[in-house]
Design a protein around this ligand. Structure first.
Ligand code: Z5A
Length: 214
């Protein structure tokens, strides 16, 4: 591989353990002397954080699915241009909590928006950047939502979590199925890990995936 850093994305339904595993992966790479940047979508820039608050918490906006899709894309374009590409060009590895696959799974499979349009918007908003590796943590909707709502409630005080966590079971079921279909379509890029296992077991499987990129 080139001197450019590696771009690794972490995906999965609510509460699947991505954030926990991203932090552990960063520590592991640091032990190997690899400098990495940890970031998340939507977020990572002032625009991204503003959009994150709008989409996840501002009920009075009554965002429709089309507006929601375009806001995720706007956040991504800024994130890639301002943060991700410069880090990769500087030789750093970038660990990103959610990226284009989330848009396919949530806005495509979850909301039912046209998949071809989402693929085109993803290419545009990512400035044609593709992950070298995507790790997908698969977990049942029930377990994942319980974990996620407890986590969100602990810092927002809202028992139903954020606006997307608050969608019904069938929405989250479609998201999970969407992710699994993506993994079937691109098995080389997308590695599926069972998110119900304990944190250390999952971490060692993540390390195995990272090793293949060195
Ligand atoms: N979204 C979208 O719709 N379209 C897009 O294009 C993009 C995003 C980019 C971002 O929210 C939302 O935006 C997301 C999709 C949508 N939907 N929602 N809501 P977010 O970033 O705030 O939330 P999230 O990405 O869904 O992550 P999360 O729910 O906060 O959880 P997580 O990162 O997957 O898991 P975690 O924080 O590591 O773990 C959750 C809890 O479980 C925590 O208390 C851990 O200590 C615990 N945990 C973790 N691993 C384990 C294991 N293995 N066993 C037991 N307990 C565990």
């Amino acid at each position: 591989m080139s001197d450019r850093g590696r771009f690794i994305t972490f995906e999965g339904g609510e509460g699947c353990g991505k954030t926990t595993q991203v932090a552990l992966a960063k520590e592991y790479l640091a032990l190997l002397g690899i400098s990495c940047l940890v970031t998340a979508e939507p977020g990572g820039t002032v625009l991204g954080e503003t959009i994150r608050r709008m989409i996840l918490y501002e009920t009075e906006l009554h965002l429709g699915p089309e507006s929601e899709l375009l806001l995720f894309c706007a956040a991504r374009a800024q994130h890639v241009r301002q943060v991700i590409k410069p880090a990769l060009q500087a030789g750093r590895w970038v660990l990103c909590d959610r990226f284009c696959d989330a848009t396919v799974a949530y806005q495509g499979y979850g909301r039912g928006l046209e998949l071809d349009l989402i693929y085109r918007l993803n290419r545009f908003s990512s400035l044609h950047l593709e992950p070298d590796l995507t790790i997908l943590f698969d977990i049942s909707v029930e377990i994942g939502l319980n974990r996620a709502k407890m986590k969100t409630a602990s810092f927002t005080g809202h028992p139903d979590g954020d606006l997307i966590e608050g969608e019904d079971y069938y929405f989250h079921r479609r998201v999970r199925d969407g992710y699994l279909q993506l993994a079937q379509r691109e098995p080389e890029r997308l590695r599926v890990i069972d998110g119900v296992q304990d944190i250390e077991t999952i971490h060692s499987q993540v390390c195995d995936c990272l090793e293949r990129l060195r």
